[in-house]
Write a protein that binds this ligand. Structure first.
Ligand code: PSV
Ligand code: MN
Length: 388
């Protein structure tokens, strides 16, 4: 089995958004291992992100996190991005690092804390107007640790009200993307724990509210591709945060822990129209590289997504449909597995070379001298880090 010309052409439109925070120092609650050459500001993060796009042709945009990426002049940041051949993408809000948010943000019982969190989102929307970003992504750490700690129903009502105020403030071209996560940092209940809760809030808000599916935010054994299918069917899949997990929200390289799961997810994306140019889905990475180098970590990640997308495109959907209609259980299953087991890497290397890209982007980065250059140049100042 091999990719034909038409299938290879489909790969042209793949666009994966990189998270600015993947280039800063990160770690676990036990230790952050600093790396040399790490960016000291959002401008340097963009330079690193642009390397990934330059070598793979797959990553034309970069998501920002506010306040981690606050700068005095966002139009200068935008110009800097464009001069590097990338653009600024999703703006991620952050209501999980201020002391005021200990008991929640948009769902907090105190109206003044809710207002503080709403105002933060207004700031994010102002930033979006300057960067040209269309998506405001909201992930909330809101929840409780103990039964009875707060009124779960009242929290849902307050959350709905706060989200409505933020939604109202969006420009006509802008969307609100609501991410869910089943636990952490709240351990008893989370206010947006699952796709159904996110979907319910989105429907209440309006057409420009969409669900964000972070692949690491599910209980073990969850059939994530089913959620993908359902959200596509309902027209509310707005974005992915791709990463992989062995245990919980590990934020490891997408496709590293379970390539087959990534294939199954991307098959449902392709089958459900999510890969069409007008699907409006943002395919973002949400990862940290704690012990491995950051730029190669991001290169590996986008290549993993491309490889599994190619395999998903390879599935012979006509034969699959025939087998399904005939009730041919094992025949249908084999069609999926034939595509999954096809090594598309040589075809993708050729695809890259015919487009003026290096056949092996990992090797090209290692040989480029960029890593040494940033390690030599970025001396002094304070390194960017998750939470800084
Ligand atoms: C929360 O775990 C999350 O997935 C959200 O997307 C945050 O914005 C991001 O991680 C921060 O790394
Ligand atoms: Mn996420």
């Amino acid at each position: 089995m091999t990719l034909n010309e038409a299938q290879l052409r489909e790969l042209e439109r793949q666009a994966i958004e990189l998270p600015s925070w993947a280039f800063g120092n990160s770690g676990t609650r036990f230790k952050v291992f600093a790396q040399s050459g790490v960016p000291r500001d959002p401008f340097e993060k963009l330079s690193d992100a642009a390397q990934v796009h330059h070598l793979t042709g797959l990553a034309p945009s970069v998501a920002l996190h506010i306040p981690w990426d606050l700068v005095d002049d966002f139009s200068a940041l935008r110009t800097h991005a464009e001069s590097l051949g990338v653009r600024l993408g999703t703006i991620n809000s952050n209501t999980f690092q201020d002391d005021e948010y200990k008991l929640g943000s948009l769902a907090h019982s105190d109206a003044s804390v809710r207002q503080r969190a709403i105002d933060h989102h207004f700031t994010c929307i102002d930033v979006m107007h300057e960067t040209g970003s269309t998506d405001l992504k909201i992930w909330l750490a809101d929840g409780t640790n103990y039964p009875g700690q707060d009124d779960m129903r009242a929290r849902q009502d307050r959350l709905a009200e706060s989200l409505a105020v933020i939604y109202e403030r969006l420009g006509a071209e802008q969307r609100l993307v609501l991410e869910y996560k089943f636990f952490e940092p709240a351990f008893y209940h989370t206010d947006v724990p699952d796709w159904g809760t996110s979907y319910a809030h989105c429907v209440e808000l309006g057409e420009r509210a969409m669900v964000c599916l972070d692949t690491g935010h599910h209980a073990p054994g969850t059939n994530i591709e089913f959620i993908v299918t359902q959200l596509l069917r309902l027209g509310r899949l707005g974005a992915f945060d791709f990463n992989s997990r062995f245990y919980a929200d590990d934020d490891l390289i997408v496709g590293a822990a379970d390539p087959f799961q990534l294939f199954r997810i991307l098959y449902e994306v392709v089958r459900g129209g999510g890969y069409e140019p007008d699907s409006g889905i943002t395919f973002m990475l949400d990862q940290c590289h704690n012990i491995e180098q950051k730029i190669p970590g991001q290169i590996r990640s986008v290549l993993n997504v491309q490889e599994m997308t190619a395999r998903a495109i390879l599935v012979d959907r006509e034969s699959l449909n025939t087998a399904q209609q005939a009730g041919d259980v094992l025949g249908a299953h084999q069609i999926m597995m034939d595509a999954f087991y096809t090594d598309v890497r040589p075809a993708l290397a050729t695809w890259r070379e015919t487009r003026g890209l290096p056949g092996d982007p990992m090797a090209a980065y290692a040989e480029s001298g960029y890593q040494k250059q940033i390690e030599d140049d970025r001396v002094g100042g304070s390194q960017a880090g998750w939470g800084a």
